[in-house]
Design a binder for this molecule. Structure first.
Ligand code: ACO
Length: 332
């Protein structure tokens, strides 16, 4: 990472109020609590209200991160929002969040990189901060995955939930919680057809046909995603450690994408990491796509799980396929 340091000044997250349990799902599709828990570790997930959108959850998480940083919204000079369920194709959800926060004129943009997008946003924000044009960038990851969940497809609908997380990244060290050590991004477009939402874009614009064929819902080849996720996360975490000359044992906490407990256990086993080092909330939240890792980060922070000088590693994967890995040093 270049010479100018990038700090995390504030952290926040938001989960919608309504909880959908595995028992509730048993009444909706042919599944069981036992199947879901055994295959995924998920017991329940939060579901946004019908009139609660990705931008609303993003705004709530952003307010909490700004509160944590003791900053007013007016001190933000750029907003990045990542998601796979933006409010609309355009305008950018980041612009809607800017309006909600009553911030004027700062640049706003959306970034899509599947469930790895939080780390993608962290790298983009760090680059912008290091160029010197900005001082405080709001990085928000928010997903209303239930808006693209096919509630008739038991192989996917049991996996997902809604939620948002936010961070204030800054070149200003005052009150900083952590410092960004490095980020490493990867993608492999050949994996684009194992996790995707085909309908609604220029390839399959919305039509009676696309609705009839259920193309506006998330499609997934779970077994393939599983294999690529485990392999890709393992490679990325080794590479980021080796280029920073850090030993695996020197990382105190791993903050993975919260997709599936078996994926986390497989990564832990393949890389010989004690599974207790992974921060896991998916049993309560399901997979919230881009929002996932940040919510786990915020909850662990508020539980006081990080000690001064601890090294944290974000390890994410997502549709694309994409991979995002970040090293963060805790400061307080
Ligand atoms: N309840 C009961 N049975 C089910 C369910 C369900 N909810 N879903 C599938 N089954 C059945 C299947 O029909 C199949 O039955 P069959 O043997 O009679 O044909 C059987 O269970 C096994 O199905 P598989 O798909 O082979 O099950 P698998 O062990 O692979 O587990 C799972 C499926 C949990 C999806 C797994 O593949 C996985 O976790 N993959 C990774 C998924 C993931 O992480 N996705 C998120 C990625 S990115 C993002 O975050 C958006």
């Amino acid at each position: 990472m270049a010479s100018k340091k990038v700090f995390i000044r504030g952290i926040g997250s938001y989960l919608p109020e309504r909880v959908l349990t595995n028992r509730d799902l048993e009444a909706m599709v042919d599944t069981s609590d036992e199947w879901i828990v055994t295959r995924t570790g998920i017991r329940e997930r939060h579901i946004a209200a019908e009139d609660e959108f990705t931008s609303d959850m993003a705004t709530q998480a952003a307010r909490r991160a700004l509160g944590d940083a003791k900053m007013s919204p007016q001190e933000v000079d750029c907003i990045l929002v990542c998601s796979v369920t933006f409010d609309m194709a355009f305008p950018a959800t980041a612009c809607i969040v800017q309006k909600n926060l009553e911030i004027s004129t700062c640049p706003c943009m959306d970034i899509e990189a599947g469930c790895s997008a939080l780390v993608y946003c962290m790298e983009v924000a760090a680059g912008l901060l290091q160029l010197g044009s900005y001082k405080n960038i709001l990085v928000i990851a928010s997903d209303k995955l239930t808006s693209i969940t096919d509630w008739q497809d038991r192989s996917t609908c049991v996996l997902f939930g809604d939620g948002a997380s936010a961070m204030v990244l800054s070149t200003d060290a005052s009150g900083a919680r952590a410092v960004l050590v490095d980020t490493l991004l990867r993608a492999d477009g050949k994996g684009g057809d194992i996790l995707f939402q085909p309908g609604g874009g220029s390839r399959h614009p919305a039509s009676e046909e696309t609705v009839k064929n259920r193309l506006h819902y998330l499609k997934m080849n779970g077994r393939e995603v599983f294999k690529i996720a485990v392999r890709g996360m393992g490679i990325s975490l080794k590479d980021i450690l080796s280029r920073n000359q850090i030993e695996l044992a020197d990382v105190q906490h791993f903050i993975p994408h919260q997709a599936n407990m078996r994926i986390i256990e497989a990564v832990a086993e393949a890389s010989a990491i004690p599974v207790e080092k992974f921060i896991v909330i998916l049993h309560r939240t399901g997979n919230m796509s881009a929002g996932s890792a940040g919510v786990a980060f915020d909850e662990a922070y508020r539980q006081g799980r990080f000690a001064q000088n601890d090294l944290l590693m974000f390890a994410t994967f997502g549709g694309g396929m994409t991979f995002g890995t970040a090293l963060v040093r805790w400061l307080i």
